[in-house]
Design a protein around this ligand. Structure first.
Ligand code: HEC
Ligand code: HEC
Ligand code: HEC
Ligand code: HEC
Length: 392
């Protein structure tokens, strides 16, 4: 998944508003913000590790449970485990927020409000939560206590040589840069554990100049954290690499044409088909019945990630027919037409395409939340089924 770089890139350092740079600290902006309450409210720890905040319990933890299943440490019959393992591709790893202190505060704030795809090999993305701008600001201040704008002082040409010689492209894409090497990058998928996980978690370095504090770029390369291995780079080499990452010219990303909605099909489409191909495939993991899903119907049913319960169960014909709860808590159909004639559920699926292209549809959150948009053929299937009167 690749998003256009349409995110507003606020200037570094003091751009975050709430706190002026502290006197005497040069270009560093230091804030003391405690957003522990917001981290609890939005349940960030159901996916991320957050320093000094307890992780969510396993049965609420989207990543811990998936990892236990992949590692074989989840207690279940071997056949079930094997079946599950074959199906789980998303939310198997997320960046630890312990490493977010290298980022620019303003970038984190803007990213939380309008997330985009940073890691091309990671299926899941940061979900677009219902965060107020003031909440995003506070969370960014908590995660990035010190924001320095000191420039990088290395030799970009030497950095480019190092980038090639050290094979950074094994894990990293660097889209738009001369060193971007898709062939070398592709082989990274076949690396043994834990390097295969590092490959998945490696950010596209295109965004590094906007999101990472300049001095932190060099510091990180010399002493990486998380799953990036140490590559034996000394401080001077790290500065050259950082200067290269920050200054090498980048080609514009190819324009992304707006998703073209497909016409409804002529052939018959039944519930069995849309259930198997769409609703049971991804949606029901967040929109299920609590009894079935270990007491929690998922954020799209029981509520979660700061969302109020929508009571939407898409795991059965009667469940989906019962609809969802509107903002007043009244039941409404997810098939009812919005003012432009689009059934509500189809509008949510199309909105995810708009989000992936850098936009937002007012009042309609893209579905599936935090996952790649559905192929247009699957949306066509849902729309056809609705147009045919939703036959079983
Ligand atoms: C459903 C899982 C999920 C939840 C809940 C979640 N995140 Fe994320 N978040 C992700 C994923 C996946 C990424 C990586 C996205 C990428 O790189 O494209 C991410 C990325 C981030 C990043 C960027 C870090 C980096 O190194 O690139 C920040 C900051 C962040 N999340 C903060 C938060 C905060 C704060 C909350 C709670 C308000 C939160 N997240 C809740 C899944 C989640
Ligand atoms: C108690 C363990 C557990 C927890 C907690 C859990 N999952 Fe899953 N998840 C599973 C299993 C098992 C499967 C595979 C089931 C199948 O399709 O047969 C799965 C599959 C999925 C899938 C579809 C396959 C894929 O990888 O894309 C998605 C999406 C998903 N989960 C999202 C989530 C989200 C979001 C959360 C947190 C709100 C979550 N899960 C929490 C066990 C869990
Ligand atoms: C084995 C895989 C691997 C290799 C090889 C690798 N990296 Fe990384 N790199 C990662 C991972 C994983 C992360 C993200 C860690 C996290 O977010 O927790 C990362 C993060 C980074 C970041 C932070 C970028 C950002 O946007 O946050 C920079 C800069 C970076 N790497 C530079 C390099 C350079 C330069 C090289 C070559 C000298 C290199 N990496 C080689 C895996 C790798
Ligand atoms: C990661 C969890 C997650 C996944 C996966 C997911 N949803 Fe959702 N969904 C939510 C949450 C949370 C809400 C409530 C959002 C809000 O209140 O703004 C929601 C809301 C909705 C709504 C709007 C209900 C209303 O009345 O406002 C529809 C329709 C919907 N989802 C359909 C789907 C479909 C179809 C899929 C699969 C393609 C899907 N969702 C996948 C979490 C998820």
């Amino acid at each position: 998944m690749r998003a256009l770089g349409l995110i507003a890139l606020a200037a570094c350092g003091s751009g975050s508003g709430s706190s002026p740079p502290s006197p005497g600290s040069g270009s560093a902006s230091i804030v003391r913000v405690d957003a522990t309450e917001l981290i609890a409210k939005y349940e960030c720890t159901r996916c991320h590790e957050v320093p000094k905040v307890a992780a969510a319990v396993r049965d609420k933890h989207c990543v811990a449970c998936h990892r236990q299943i992949l590692d074989g440490t989840f207690a279940a019959e071997p056949e079930r485990l094997a079946k599950w393992r074959g199906r789980i591709t998303s939310l198997t790893d997320v960046p630890s927020l312990a490493g977010a202190d290298r980022l620019r505060r303003a970038w984190v704030r803007d990213f939380l409000l309008r997330p985009h795809d940073v890691r091309p090999e990671l299926v899941a993305e940061m979900p677009r939560l219902a965060l107020a701008p003031a909440d995003a600001e506070k969370l960014a201040g908590h995660l990035v206590p010190e924001d320095r704008a000191d420039p990088v002082d290395g030799d970009p040409a030497a950095g480019e040589q190092l980038f090639r010689n050290l094979g950074c492209a094994r894990c990293h894409r660097f889209t738009g840069a001369s060193v971007d090497d898709t062939a070398m990058h592709a082989t990274g998928a076949k690396q043994p554990a834990p390097l295969d996980r590092a490959w998945q978690l490696a950010p596209d370095l295109r965004y590094a100049r906007d999101r990472v504090q300049p001095a932190q770029l060099a510091a990180w390369i010399a002493a990486p954290r998380g799953l990036m291995p140490k590559l034996g780079v000394d401080d001077a080499q790290a500065r050259d690499l950082a200067a290269f990452l920050a200054r090498t010219p980048l080609a514009a990303l190819p324009p992304r044409p707006p998703a073209k909605r497909l016409p409804v099909l002529d052939r018959a489409v039944t519930w069995d088909e849309v259930e198997a191909k769409v609703f049971r495939n991804v949606c029901w993991h967040c929109h299920a019945v609590p009894d079935f899903a270990r007491g929690d119907g998922g954020p799209g049913n029981s509520g979660g990630f700061g969302f109020a319960p929508r009571g939407l169960d898409v795991s059965s014909y009667t469940g989906i027919a019962a609809g969802s709860l509107d903002d007043e808590g009244e039941r409404r159909s997810i098939f009812a037409q919005l003012p432009d004639g689009t059934p509500r559920v189809v509008a949510h699926l199309l909105a995810r395409h708009t989000e992936a292209a850098g936009g937002i549809v007012d009042g309609i959150r893209g579905m599936p939340l935090g996952l790649p948009p559905l192929p247009l053929e699957e949306i066509q299937l849902v729309e056809t089924w609705i147009a045919q009167g939703r036959p079983r």
